[in-house]
Design a protein around this ligand. Structure first.
Ligand code: PMP
Length: 314
């Protein structure tokens, strides 16, 4: 038998350790420099690859998910893609409930991995037919079904405390003034915020939030940015770790996503556009020798049909 230590046993072994890249053209006009942590470099194309295996292991260990079972989840897409990839490797079926504002590109990817998809109207969290409530009911009524619960399970923020946060701290050489992330479940901002503050309590944790989401304090109205912004506070969001929320419009977010592709060669999604726009506001207020890290949750390939083929987008 040969010896091939660098060959990975499955695609799941290549999740994480994503690169951080300086913004050279679309960053702040003055003030701090901005580096973007590119989560699109994960094999499923998003930050959610990091939580998929953690959620599955959590469900297996608590006896909720049994061999040959079906993973059921409510997802705006990326968690579904990550879970579908992991399900294919680990031998589970996968069934996803997605809101109808989700891009057709992401739905096609879920199906490509062999998952089943139900598209439902985008209704408020308290509505019995909200996508999370439908997914939960489906799991309860399905033999071998297991609701993964990314909005409730602490395995979600813990995965970011264990991997995303330490990677940022390492690549920033411990010299970091602020980190900017979005919040959908809040898992990312909670996990990285808690970890970075445990290393340096002075690190500013900034939440970029779509205009229309309640997290930044406004009243709810619909918005087009996918994957972040909420009409309620998820259990996986620790609001005490966020120093400041910055609301960003769909139009500003999508225009920034297009600039990132054309001026930096970074094909990223609309939520990244919002996060970079918020990072610019923060960086403008800081000194030129300081570092702001912005988290780019996913790839622009998820949004070819709704952000990158129209000039106006938002
Ligand atoms: N942006 C996109 C595109 C996402 O899919 C998600 C995950 N819902 C987020 C941002 C926010 O991440 P989190 O759920 O960890 O708050």
């Amino acid at each position: 038998m040969g010896d091939w230590p660098r060959i990975k046993s499955t695609i799941l072994d290549s999740v994480g350790d994503t690169p951080m890249i300086w913004l050279r053209h679309v960053g702040a006009e003055r003030g701090a420099r901005i580096a973007l942590k590119l989560e699109a470099m994960n094999p499923g194309g998003s930050i959610k690859d990091r939580i998929a295996v953690a959620l599955i292991r959590d469900a297996e260990q608590s006896g909720r998910l049994l061999p040959g079972g079906t993973i059921v989840e409510a997802t705006a897409g990326n968690t579904g893609i990550a879970l579908a990839m992991a399900a294919a490797v680990l031998g589970y079926r996968a069934l996803f409930v997605v809101p109808n504002k989700m891009s057709p590109d992401k739905i096609a990817i879920l199906k490509a991995y062999g998952a089943e998809v139900q598209v439902v109207p985008d209704l408020p969290r308290e509505d019995p037919d909200n996508y999370q409530n439908i997914a939960q009911r489906l799991a309860e009524n399905l033999v071998g079904g297991c609701y993964m619960g990314q909005f409730e399970r602490q395995a979600n923020p813990k995965a970011h405390y264990a991997s995303t946060g330490p990677e940022i701290w390492r690549d920033a050489n411990g010299q970091l003034r602020a980190v900017v992330a979005g919040a959908g479940t809040g898992g990312t901002i909670t996990g990285i915020g808690q970890y970075l503050k445990s290393q340096d309590p002075n690190v500013l944790v900034i939440g970029a939030d779509p205009e229309g989401s309640i997290l930044s304090g406004g009243s709810y109205h619909a918005f087009k940015i996918e994957g972040m912004g909420e009409d309620y506070y998820p259990e996986t969001l620790d609001r005490s770790v966020v120093d400041r929320w910055i609301p960003i419009s769909d139009q500003v977010a999508f225009a920034m996503a297009r600039r990132l592709a054309r001026e930096e060669g970074l094909l990223v999604g609309g939520s990244t556009g919002a996060i970079v726009a918020a990072a610019k506001i923060v960086a403008n207020e800081l000194a030129s020798d300081e570092l702001v890290v912005a988290l780019a949750p996913d790839t622009g390939r998820n949004y070819l049909s709704n952000i990158f083929t129209t000039e106006k987008g938002g």
